[in-house]
Design a binder for this molecule. Structure first.
Ligand code: WTA
Length: 691
């Protein structure tokens, strides 16, 4: 147990970091922060000068132009409208040319199987991106077209994203752990013209036949009247070029022990010669030069889907200029980036963390990163620490759920590895519990490395609340203070701003460059979801407390969303997957505490007449959710509910269901229920052990 005095202690940055730090003290942070929020044009204007602009803004167009108040008209945000640039040019050409980083490693790729690795320099990355941009051109892809990318954590994923950015096409990356239904839904929503996927890959010792899932999604999309014409397939599992550590490659064959599974598996990849084409075949003939498309600062850069409380995923849209400035700046300051750093973010690029802090932020800074295909526990739970030692990682960014998982395996496994290269540790995705924070701090970082607990969202594009490594005294579990340009407030239910120590809804008062601009194809939903509840503010959907020292503490979601292992899911999404089963007449899903995942899904289902609740049925329902959404959404508990507690207006009272799931009989006021009699029965039916 964490002692209260340990938790209340301030953990100060260590002096070693200070000499080179971008922000060496709290006073420096405050000074820069004040300028960033009082004079955004000056602050971000200076940042913009470090980038290449093909055309500057016309002097009469405002640098920042926006409306955050839905009662005064349409919500809009524009940063540097009229200025022209290209994100890919800034990430690659500028670094290779002006900054002379052509030979610097952009990514060390570490495969699922130890010993399977590659590296790519900035120069090589630029050439490959140009080649693939030409491939896209050859397939008729134009500025503004949407391209869906469904790939594992391989270099081609970064190449495909940047190739889209280069020609002004809008990428929509879909996490490779999502199901065919989820992929199909995203293909239809953005109306993409092309899908990029891979043959297959391993996650730990589990084979994922990605092409087969992609094909199912394409078939479903066709059945719904939206046939795609082309599917570009990266030959990954069946790669011909052997990409292994030099010692292994020198010995030659992949039949060597241990065999590289990626290279040796005999997996059947479904193939339609009219539709499918190998990435490698297209690349081999393509030119390594490609003029970038000069885009407006407010042109679309990408769409990334995130769970929506209606159950349908929302296509969060980010634009060129603001996102680039924000991802680059937050990466530089929050990780206190230094040119000799080896940076590793363990997130998947299928999530926003991978977009901003694997692809865009690090490359904009000319950083060297590790890109890891595998999982933390394969071949054993020391993998993370062994990768840190292998590449001498200096800045390491992961999720609380991974930390809790690795804690379970004990300190010995960590201490077997040196980790002495580490300088800064980061976390993202959910509130980190003080036990996990202290373990990360003491055991992993040996009290030498500050922890940046970064609070942000797909919608915010980059960090919002976060310590800066050399400036901010930390409190375990607090995301501390706002990043540059961010003005947080805590409001109560009536929308009144609370001062000093307070708890309520976390909102933001003015735009920062990385804020989303709309939900793709649904601006109205964008306005309702984020701006309607409290006019004049961007509403995060998170609860938050500010302590007497002004530190912010995220208390968790306050809408119908839940956070499983750092991944947001909406209860409605899971309910609709359950309702898709023939035996289910009603379903209600609530969040339930889980020691590793943070939260998990506890589902109440009411069956149709003639169906009996059995373990087999519960398993089938779990499978159903898994197939509809993906493995991350697999419920931990399914409980039989003869009926659900409801208010007079027919609304299911999830507050009570949450208490039932936790066996907490302190239910508060239940006088609004039409059927209070059901409650005892639901307590009796609880799943004490997982079904
Ligand atoms: C939660 C992930 C507490 C929060 C970048 C937010 C956090 C949601 C933190 C966004 C943190 C993320 N402390 N909670 N450091 N980071 N969250 O869109 O509930 O996948 O609203 O973006 O994750 O999740 P998303």
């Amino acid at each position: 147990m964490v002692q209260p005095e340990e938790q209340a202690r301030l953990y100060r940055p260590r002096p070693e970091l200070l000499p080179a730090a971008h922000v060496p003290s709290l006073a420096d942070y405050r000074r820069l922060y004040r300028r960033s929020v009082e004079k955004p044009q000056e602050f971000w204007g200076d940042v913009a000068k470090e980038f290449y602009w093909k055309q500057q803004q016309q002097p009469w167009v405002p640098f920042l132009w926006y409306n955050f108040d839905a009662t005064k008209g349409r919500i809009f945000i524009e940063w540097m409208k009229g200025a022209k640039t290209n994100v890919c040019y800034n990430l690659l050409d500028r670094n290779v040319g002006e900054k002379k980083l052509g030979d610097k490693v952009a990514f060390y790729w570490e495969g699922n199987e130890p010993g399977d690795s590659m590296k790519i320099t900035y120069g090589e990355l630029l050439r490959k991106v140009c080649q693939f941009a030409n491939v896209l051109h050859n397939h008729g892809v134009k500025k503004g077209d949407r391209i869906s990318i469904y790939l594992p954590m391989i270099l081609e994923l970064v190449i495909a994203m940047l190739a889209c950015a280069r020609i002004g096409a809008i990428h929509s990356v879909v996490f490779a752990g999502f199901s065919a239904d989820s992929l199909c839904e995203r293909i239809l929503d953005c109306g993409c013209s092309l899908l990029i996927t891979a043959d297959a890959f391993y996650r730990g010792d589990k084979l994922v036949n990605l092409k087969q899932i992609a094909d199912e999604a394409l078939q479903k999309s066709k059945d719904k009247g939206f046939p795609l014409k082309k599917c570009i397939v990266v030959k990954h599992l069946g790669r011909e070029e052997i990409a292994a550590d030099e010692e292994i490659a020198a010995d030659g064959a992949c039949s060597q022990s241990p065999p590289l599974k990626r290279l040796c598996q005999d997996v059947q990849i479904p193939w339609d010669p009219h539709m499918d084409v190998w990435w490698q075949d297209l690349m081999s003939g393509a030119s390594t030069e490609c003029e970038p498309e000069w885009c407006d600062s407010e042109d679309e850069l990408f769409i990334l889907y995130t769970s929506g409380s209606t159950g349908k995923p929302k296509g969060v849209l980010h634009t060129v200029g603001g996102y680039m400035l924000y991802a680059a700046t937050s990466f530089k300051y929050v990780f206190d980036y230094q040119p000799e750093d080896i940076y590793w973010c363990t997130a998947d690029i299928g999530w926003i963390t991978g977009h901003s802090y694997i692809t865009y932020g690090p490359l904009a800074n000319g950083a060297t990163s590790v890109l890891f295909e595998g999982i933390p526990t394969y071949p054993d739970a020391g993998r993370m620490w062994s990768i840190i030692d292998k590449y001498k990682v200096t800045k390491f960014y992961t999720a609380p759920t991974a930390i809790r998982l690795l804690m379970k395996y004990g300190e010995e496994l960590v201490k077997k590895h040196s980790r002495k290269s580490l300088k800064v540790l980061g976390t993202v995705g959910e509130p980190i519990n003080p036990e996990a924070w202290l373990w990360y701090y003491r055991v992993v970082g040996e009290e030498r490395c500050p922890i940046v607990d970064t609070f942000w969202q797909t919608e915010t594009g980059g960090h919002m609340l976060t310590p800066l490594p050399a400036a901010t005294p930390m409190k375990p579990g607090s995301a501390t203070f706002p990043f540059f340009g961010v003005v947080p407030a805590i409001v109560n239910e009536s929308g009144e701003e609370l001062e000093g120590e307070a708890e309520g809804y976390l909102v933001f008062k003015q735009p920062w460059p990385g804020i989303m601009r709309t939900l793709y194809g649904n601006h109205q939903q964008f306005e309702t979801t984020y701006f309607k509840k409290f006019p004049g503010y961007y509403v995060t959907g998170d609860g938050c407390r500010r302590d007497k020292d002004g530190y912010y503490w995220i208390t968790g979601r306050i809408d119908d969303m839940l956070n499983v292992s750092g991944h947001l899911l909406s209860t409605a999404e899971v309910e609709s997957a359950l309702l898709g089963h023939a035996a289910v007449s009603e379903a209600a899903v609530v969040s339930h505490p889980h020691p590793l995942k943070g939260e998990c899904l506890y589902c109440f289902v009411t069956l149709k007449d003639g169906h009996e609740f059995t373990k087999d049925l519960a398993d089938e329902l779990k499978k159903q959710v898994r197939e509809k959404i993906g493995p991350i959404a697999t419920p931990d508990y399914i409980q039989n509910a003869p009926s659900l507690p409801k208010t007079r207006s027919g609304k299911i009272t999830r507050r009570i269901l949450r208490k039932i799931a936790q066996n907490d009989r302190d239910l508060g006021d239940i006088s609004t229920l039409v059927n209070p009699g059901i409650i005892n029965q639901l307590f009796n039916n609880r799943c004490d052990t997982k079904l």
